[in-house]
Structure formats: structure tokens, C-alpha cells
Design a protein around this ligand. Sequence first.
Ligand SMILES: *Cc1c(COP(=O)(O)O)cnc(C)c1O
Length: 416
Amino acid sequence: MTATAGTDRAAAPAPDARTSAELIRAEEPVLAHNYHPLPVVVAAAEGAWVEDVEGRRLLDMLAGYSALNFGHRHPALIEAAHRQLDRLTLTSRAFHNDRLAEFAERLTALVGQDMMLPMNTGAEAVESGIKVARKWAYEVKGVPADQATIVVASDNFHGRTTTIVSFSTDETARAGFGPFTPGFRIVPYNDLAALEAAVDATTAAVLIEPIQGEAGVVIPDDGYLTGVRELTRRAGCLFIADEIQSGLGRTGRTLAVDHEGVVPDVVLLGKALGGGIVPVSAVAGSREVLGVLKPGEHGSTFGGNPLAAAVGTAVVELLETGEFQRRATEAGAVLRDGLTELVGRGVIGFRSRGLWAGVDIDPSIGTGREISERLMAEGILVKDTHGSTIRLAPPLTITDTELRAAIETLGKVLEA
Ligand SMILES: *Cc1c(COP(=O)(O)O)cnc(C)c1O
């Protein structure tokens, strides 16, 4: 270790001197147009607040699609990252690193699983879950080679890779990207009879989101997740819960499946696991399932890197206190009460669990996009999912006062 390894925060790169409008125009010819961002250019952030290039402060009611559950730059997470940056950042899995054991011990304990497989992005965790389930089907269940099927739900969102869009029902996500990976059966969400009919001797797993986030925060009936657990156990196939958006405190519990006391065979985690600092994802599962992987069969250069492990461990440490789950429940009640007041006053209906809501706006008032733009003008950042539905998922650190002010602003925008 040398003296140069210290953190010199004053040596941060100079910000781009261009205005927001200039930066938005500058992106157009050089950046792929796979997103349609709101016209705001964020330059700094702290907690639930972001600041644009011109120094205007806006309340973040999206939180990076739940990647920022602990808010922007949570001090404990930033501290863990800084400490690790000064010691060791990457080894690859060719060698062990001194951060990974603790991350795996504490994450598996937090989510009640035996083992974990560290990856980086959510889509990689889903891909890894699919691979592990197929291998389990061939080696443990005895499905004939290359015959394994995985049952998924319509209106799912599991990521953007070719295999994952193969079983999407969103034409925009699929069109032009074929040929697709076979081996998936799609059934309606929240329909146990359809699921039962689709599962057979070839089925490796049922893969579902316990709450469908991108679909508009669609919450299944009470008993659905318990039904999926019982059905998969009876059928001798795996239950894989994609908790990448619903997990890690968002719904008021560590995992959304905890609301029904259900333990899946495999839990997929991502987004908030990286604390809004680095991409960190994981497949957590039973030893019977993750135990099928042998050296060389799966991997990732960056998966389990010491910086990711240090930040991930700090995230787990925050969740171990139960404080964020409790806040999601308390603030979630404020959110629900506020939205209930708006029903019939521009809001047709809403679905919420914990600090997470899908709000259906009267389409005669505007599209979700138009409402998002009007809210942005009033200093509130949200994003539409599709049609006239907007998703509210503020950082779990938001105060009741900030939340009430945001809902009040939504009410004003809908009245105008
Ligand atoms: C965001 C998301 C993914 C994909 O995660 P990426 O990190 O964007 O690849 C997968 N599943 C769910 C439920 C998600 O919300």
C-alpha cells in the first residue's frame, strides 16, 4: 500500500459545462435511442432529491426503478464503497477475494437460502436462474436432454437478453430480435388453474415476479404465491421468484414472497442489491439447485468482485436492521391514503404494496408520459409504465412530509 491509495475527493472530474438543453441535444447523434428519458439532466443527488445541471432540485419518486431503495448516496453505502475502492476492486473469480465469503453468508441468511451465485445485472441473474433450473431438471429431476420447459406469466418483465425476450409478451420488446430461445410456456398471471395445466413432467421451473412491476405494479390475489409454492412442490419442479424489483424492502418486507410466508427454491435479486452504486445481482437458492453447477459451467468476470461484494454486504447490513422494511410499510400507508383521496379526481384506481404503487390516470387527462412531464415541471420525477399508468417507487428514506407534498402535487397536476 502506498500513500497514493488515499481518497482525494477534491480530485473529482470537472463537470461538463454545457446546459441541460445542450447536453440533451448532444446525446441525439451519438447515443442509441433505446430509451425516451424525461428531459431532465441530473448532475448530483442525495437521499430522495436530485439536482439538475442548472441547480434545480427535484424529488425522485422513481428511485432508479427500485435500484435506489436506500436513496441516492446513502452514507453507509458510500462509506463501504470508498473503503473498498482504497483496498481492492477486482480479482476475477480466478482467485478468491476477502469480501465474497461474508457477502454470501449474510445475503443467504437474509433471504433464507443455502447458497448464492453472484452476477452483475438483473438480466444475468434471470439467465443464470434459467440455466441452473434446466441443469437441475436434467441432473436431478431426470428430464430427457434438451426437453426442459419453464413456465412463465404473460405481461412479465425479466430483462432484455435474447433468451429473456423470447418469453416476453410485449411485442415492442421482441419485434425484430428473433429467432427466439425455445422451451418456455406462457400462462396468464394470477391464474393457478392455467399454471397447473401448463406444468408437466418436462417442467424445470415456474418463473414469476411476485408482483409485476413493469406491468404496472400488478399484485396477485392473496394465496396465489402460496398456490404456486404448493403446485410446484406437488409437480416436482422449481419455483423461481424474480424479486429484482419487488425485493429488498420495497414492499415492506425483505422479499415480496414474505407477505405469504413462502420460500421459493430460487430467488433472483438485483437492482437495490447494488445500493445504487454498482451493478450487483445474485441467484440465491437451495443447495440441491445451485449445487448442480461445477467449475467452468457458468461464470462472470465481474460477478462477485470485491467492490460489489462490499457494497452488497453494506446493503444487506441495512436490511438486517428491519428499519427500511418498517419505513416502507409506514410510508406506504401515507402513500395509500394520499392516493385514495385522488381516486375519482383524476385517478381511476391504483395498486400498492409497501412504498410501491401503480396509478391508473384517467386517459382523458393525459398519457402517463404527459403526466410525468407535467410532474417534472412541478419538481417531481416519476415514470410512466405504459398507457396512462405511472409507477411511484420513491426511495425508502423519503419522509412522510415529502411524500405528502408529492401526492398533493400529483393532485394539482391532475386537476389542472
Ligand atoms: C429490472 C428487472 C430485471 C432486469 O434487470 P437489469 O439489471 O435491468 O438487467 C429483471 N427482472 C425484473 C423484475 C426487473 O424489474
